[in-house]
Every structure is written in structure tokens, then in C-alpha cells.
Design a protein around this ligand. Structure first.
Ligand code: FAD
Length: 356
């Protein structure tokens, strides 16, 4: 079995600093894990590198509708995040935001306990925990950027890599770049907000969902395939046009635009977590049917977890979170049942004190 760094000589943490469960990642899966840990009366902490909770829901697509979360025929990503945050806060977890986890080590086992504790070091401090769930999604993510000269100078001046609020594009002529779900979804979501939308894609095949493509074609939005931005043009400090080149004909066309929204994917990295002695499979963390990694007491759930039959969906991540939390509980307290019963028969640990 692979091991983390050997126990350090330092003393065990005070009880007040020690958590039953620490969750790396405050995305939908980490949030649901925190709530579920409350049902199991575990003292829980969430650490996230972002300044707000919600993971991809709040950071990447807050105004996109989600249709495949059970119980919600449709829900805005931002609203789902709010509901999850509210639910998680019923467990009153400790929340540490703006902190990126870097290092993991085992620390001496306190007397009377069977398992080592873990010390997690972030860029801001140290945390001690009996068990850990890594719900880090794709890790720290950053949007892929346009590779054209001076692109950086247009950021904040009409060039966008995310849509945090539709109002930014209100009444504007918007050029959307990309051929995947994000690009097509933004064409559909912004069509009532923007004055006009043009879509360009460097190929003539789209990776977006068939149904989204059907909806897109019905909108009459102008679509230019085999096209990429060659140059952006500004006047008086603001974006006024994009020059797009057709890679087949080499024709360059000038489009009058007020805003460009680039949705060509993300560079993601698990960063330092990849250096931990976990089994990494195609960029994700391999887990067994308990959602436990190669390191005992360290679990993974959500997008970051890899196993045969894995689906990277919010719906399946919730189930993975519940499994991981229940096994964390039995690791801490071997007399506890793995299946605690149904939530309808339980009393939440705390009343919510959070207003969102
Ligand atoms: P994430 O949401 O990625 O959250 C992980 C969190 O971990 C992040 O907040 C990150 O900051 C934090 N983190 C990472 N590394 C560290 C570190 N070292 N230290 C501290 N914090 C760290 N799924 C669906 O089911 N239905 C949909 O309709 C749907 N639509 C989507 C549309 C788009 C445009 C995108 C991009 C995704 C969509 N998804 C959809 C996928 C869904 O968003 C993910 O499956 C889900 O967010 C995974 O949740 P998670 O909690 O595992 O990870």
C-alpha cells in the first residue's frame, strides 16, 4: 500500500482543531457531503480555493439551466448552488474559503485511536482531520484563452472567458467562440439578452448535445464554421470588431462586435494533489466501491473520482458523497452502522442559521 509522508514528530492537535471529516472542494458534491456528514453527526470542515462556494455551478455557468438533477424539472445552476449551500449549512460545517490545499501528511495516532490523523497544509494554514474526502472536481481550473496577439489587453474591454451575469451582454452584438456545450448553451441563454449573436467554431462538427444543436439551428443565429479569430480591433479603448479567418478558404471577414465570449474549454489541474501517493487514472483519483482512495481514510467523490462506470454528473456525485461519508463514519467509529437509515427518520444536527 502506498503511504503518505510518515508521521511527523510533532504532537497531536487539540480537540478543537481536529475534525472528523475535512472536505476539499465546496462544489455541489463537497456541499452535499458536508450536509450528509451533519446527518451522521460529524464535525466537518470544507476548504475551497475559490472565494465562494458552489464550484463549477457558481464559477463557470451560474445562469445556465440544469435539467438532470432529480426533483428539479429545471433549475438555474446558481439557484442549485444556493439550495446546496443552504442544505450544507444545516450541518454547520466550518468553511475555509480562498485556501488551496497543497500538502498531506499522516501525524501520530493519538492514544486510544486506531488510525492515524492527517494534517492538510494549504497556502494559508494547517488543518487536522480524522478522515478526508477529496471533492476537488477537475482541480483548480482556468479557461483556455485566445492565442492571438494582444488578446490579454482586451480582457475586461469586451473579451470574456466566462459569463458571470447576462446583463454584461445586454443589448450588445456578441461573438461566441466554440463548438461544445458551453458555447452553444450561451448562444441559447443570451439570445434574448444580446442584440445579436454570431457563433464561430474552428471545425464543422460540434461537440454540443444534439438537442442543444437542434435548438440552436431553430434560432437563426449566424454560425460560421472553420473560423477562428485572427485579430480583435478596438477604437477609443473598447472592442469594436473581430476579424475572423476561414481556415479552408483563407478568407478574412470583419465582424462588428461589442463583446466576444470565448468558450473553448478549460485547462484544469489537480496541482499538488497529483503529487500525493494516490492512484491517478487519466487525471482523476482512483477509488474502490467505498469511494476510498489508495490511502486509507482518504476518500474521493464527484468529478475527481475515477472508477469503472463513472459518470461525471451532479446526480451521481451526490450518491458518491453519501457513500464516502458513511464509510468515513465507520472508519472513525467502527461500531457505527454504514447505513444509518433514512433521513426522514433522523434529526438534523443543527438548525440552519444561514441566510443566503
Ligand atoms: P466542482 O464543481 O468542480 O467543485 C470542485 C471544487 O474544488 C471547486 O470549487 C474548486 O475550487 C475546489 N478545489 C479544487 N482543487 C482544490 C484545492 N487544491 N484546494 C481547495 N479547493 C480546491 N452536470 C450535470 O449533472 N448536469 C448539467 O447540466 C451540467 N452542465 C454543465 C455545464 C457546464 C458548462 C459545465 C462546465 C459542467 C456541467 N456539468 C453538469 C458538470 C457539473 O458541473 C460537475 O459534474 C460538477 O460541478 C462536479 O461537482 P464537484 O463538486 O465534483 O466539482
Amino acid at each position: 500500500m502506498t503511504q503518505v509522508d510518515p508521521p511527523a514528530a510533532s504532537s497531536a492537535p487539540d480537540d478543537s482543531d481536529l475534525f472528523d471529516l475535512t472536505i476539499i472542494g465546496g462544489g455541489p458534491v463537497g456541499l452535499f457531503a458536508a450536509f450528509y456528514a451533519g446527518l451522521r453527526h460529524m464535525k466537518t470542515k470544507i476548504i475551497d480555493s475559490l472565494e465562494e462556494l458552489g464550484g463549477q455551478l457558481t464559477t463557470l455557468y451560474p445562469e445556465k439551466l440544469i435539467f438532470d438533477v432529480a426533483g428539479f424539472p429545471k433549475i438555474l445552476a446558481r439557484d442549485l448552488a444556493h439550495q446546496l449551500i443552504q442544505q450544507a449549512m444545516e450541518a454547520a460545517p466550518t468553511i475555509s474559503l480562498g485556501e488551496t490545499v497543497r500538502h498531506l501528511e499522516a501525524i501520530p495516532t493519538p492514544e486510544g485511536t486506531a488510525h492515524p490523523l492527517y494534517r492538510i497544509t494549504s497556502d494559508k494554514g494547517v488543518h487536522h482531520t480524522k478522515t478526508l474526502i477529496i471533492a476537488a472536481g477537475a482541480g483548480a481550473f482556468s479557461p483556455k484563452k485566445l492565442r492571438i496577439r494582444d488578446a490579454a489587453t482586451f480582457e475586461g474591454q469586451g473579451l470574456h472567458y466566462a459569463c458571470r451575469s447576462k446583463s454584461v451582454f445586454a443589448g450588445k452584438r456578441v461573438l461566441i467562440v466554440g463548438g461544445g456545450d458551453s458555447a452553444i448553451d450561451w448562444c441559447l441563454n443570451l439570445r434574448d439578452t444580446a442584440e445579436a449573436i454570431t457563433l464561430i467554431h474552428r471545425r464543422n462538427q460540434f461537440r454540443a448535445h444534439e438537442d442543444s444543436m437542434r435548438q440552436l439551428q431553430a434560432t437563426g443565429i449566424a454560425i460560421h464554421t472553420f473560423c477562428e479569430i485572427q485579430q480583435l480591433e478596438s477604437a477609443e479603448g473598447r472592442l469594436v470588431a473581430a476579424h475572423i479567418e476561414n481556415s479552408q478558404t483563407k478568407e478574412v471577414r470583419r465582424l462588428d462586435v461589442d463583446a466576444v465570449l470565448v468558450q473553448i474549454g478549460f485547462d484544469t489541474s489537480l496541482g499538488p494533489i497529483k503529487e500525493w501517493p494516490l492512484k491517478i487514472e487519466r487525471g482523476s483519483i482512483a477509488v474502490n466501491s467505498h469511494m476510498e482512495t489508495a490511502l486509507p481514510g482518504i476518500f474521493a467523490a464527484g468529478d475527481v473520482a475515477a472508477f469503472d462506470g463513472k459518470l461525471k454528473l451532479i446526480a451521481t456525485g451526490f450518491g458518491e458523497a453519501a457513500t464516502a461519508v458513511n464509510y468515513c463514519k465507520t472508519r472513525i467509529d467502527p461500531k457505527a452502522k454504514f447505513f444509518p437509515g433514512h433521513s426522514s427518520e433522523m434529526t438534523p444536527q443543527h438548525e440552519s442559521t444561514v441566510t443566503i
